[in-house]
Design a protein around this ligand. Structure first.
Ligand code: ATP
Length: 304
């Protein structure tokens, strides 16, 4: 899509991410953990709409049942940090109002804030015709957070470093996921602190990368792994029920998303996805969603 130079607002859509493998190594001197992860972008989205304004402002509205009460509306929102970094990079003094339509569960381990940051970078770049190079956008994204570069890229990607070094990987499959959010969010730093106390981890992505290369659902089922899952389940015993309900309903694997508390059920196809979703809803888990991956990274959906 070519940008009309007179656009007054730009809307960019960015996906949630899941980690098919989240291999976590021992904490580094800089406080971050080295990751060996395979990201997949799935079909839950936030839309970000930007328009030029005298000062930075943030608005948020939910899509569906998403609880947006914990989303900050001041300059601590990551979308404002994204806007400030982009303007500093270009040495310009512009400001914008930023509207968030949120379909990605908040504090769910699906990197909704990171998706918003990536979408804001792309939206402001197009609104102001800044023509930021992909390389510079990825570098600004990495400064904002470890998951932000992947939200720009989308698809399926191998992530290393602290997760900010991303490389697309071949993934010809359409994978079906049942997404079970949880009303009580989890703090990512708290989960990593518990991980540091317990040790363990060190999973690698080789089996999942091979499963994706061969579009092999059995191999993917056997390979998915999250090194934070056992500590998250110790911190939040209630999540064990989510895990066992998913398996009981017929999911091939039950995987914690990122640092939780969202759980993901890997299922065979669309029919099984809807059956498992119904079973989870009947078992008393509200807001269960069906999603597929991989999907595209942050992309423009409207110029107005
Ligand atoms: P991660 O796994 O990257 O830590 P998450 O998916 O668990 O993230 P997010 O939804 O990204 O969680 O939000 C984490 C916290 O960040 C929220 O509790 C909220 O206070 C703050 N936050 C700042 N900006 C945003 C935003 N645009 N959307 C959601 N939360 C935001």
């Amino acid at each position: 899509m070519t940008a009309p130079t007179s656009a007054r607002s730009v809307t960019v859509r960015a996906p949630a991410k899941i980690n098919l493998v989240l291999g976590v190594g021992p904490v580094r001197d800089d406080g971050y953990h080295p990751l060996d992860t395979v990201y997949q972008a799935i079909s839950l989205y936030d839309d970000i709409t930007v328009s030029t304004a005298a000062g930075w402002s943030v608005g948020v509205e939910p899509i569906g049942d998403v609880d947006v009460s914990e989303v900050p509306l001041d300059e601590t929102n990551i979308v404002v940090r994204a806007g400030v970094l982009l303007t500093e990079h270009h040495g310009i003094a512009r400001r914008a109002s930023i509207g968030i339509s949120k379909g990605i569960p908040v504090a769910g381990g699906m990197a909704g804030g990171s998706a918003d940051a990536a979408a804001t970078l792309v939206a402001l770049d197009r609104l102001w015709d800044l023509r930021t190079s992909d390389e510079d956008l990825l570098a600004i994204a990495a400064e904002l957070g470890s998951d932000v570069p992947f939200a720009l890229l989308g698809g399926t990607a191998h992530g290393t470093g602290r997760g900010e070094l991303v490389e697309s990987v071949g993934d010809a499959g359409t994978w079906w996921w049942v997404v079970v959010p949880n009303a009580t969010g989890m703090s990512t730093p708290a989960v990593y602190a518990a991980f540091d106390d317990h040790g363990g981890g060190g999973s690698d992505s080789a089996a999942v990368l091979a499963a994706l290369a061969g579009t092999d659902l059995d191999a993917l089922t056997a390979g998915v792994r999250n090194d934070l899952q056992s500590v998250a389940l110790e911190l939040r015993a209630d999540l064990r029920l989510t895990e066992s309900d998913l398996v009981g309903a017929g999911a091939r694997a039950a995987l914690l998303s990122g640092s939780g508390p969202t759980f993901l059920g890997l299922v065979e196809d669309q029919d099984s996805a809807h059956e498992v979703r119904e079973a989870l809803l009947d078992a008393g888990h509200p807001g269960v969603l069906v999603a597929t991956g991989p999907v595209a990274g942050a992309h423009v959906v409207q110029y107005a």
